[in-house]
Design a protein around this ligand. Sequence first.
Ligand code: NI
Length: 175
Amino acid sequence: MQDLLNSVRIIGDPVLRQKSRPLVFPDDTPYITGLVSTMGKVLEVAEGLGLAAPQVGESVRLFIATPDYLDELNGHVVFINPEIHPYGESEKREEGCLSVPGIYEMLIRPSRVSIKAQDVRGNSFSLDVGGLAARLMQHENDHLDGILFVDKLSPVKRKLLKGRLRKLREGGRVD
Ligand code: NI
């Protein structure tokens, strides 16, 4: 259990800052199967809402959502090579991230997203979601481009968090 939790990369780890590579079907299929299985276990143990591959050290374009969102996401919890288009009104919601433990902040993002992605078999699907699911999709998709939610906070908020973020980057914990 603890090993799985410790496999989550924390801010300061260079893999979280890389632009991830697209996955290729069918060449990457066995790798994807293994990765999704590992990520599912990590997400369950960590009790997170979503997890992106770079957060377990794999720089590829894949993220998962917790099965709690199965209905809202029309049965999809694995998103491979996603293309995301946020739209709609701006909405303020609290965000946190397993890679930035202990920090939760309000952040403004568009309220809806349309998504195109592939499932574990490489089949394409499209979705259009709002609410927390829309927020989750945007947050996880950012991970694939090396972006963390704290990057999107106002300069004032970032300044206030500077010490705590530095502590995390240096391998400490903030609680
Ligand atoms: Ni995150």
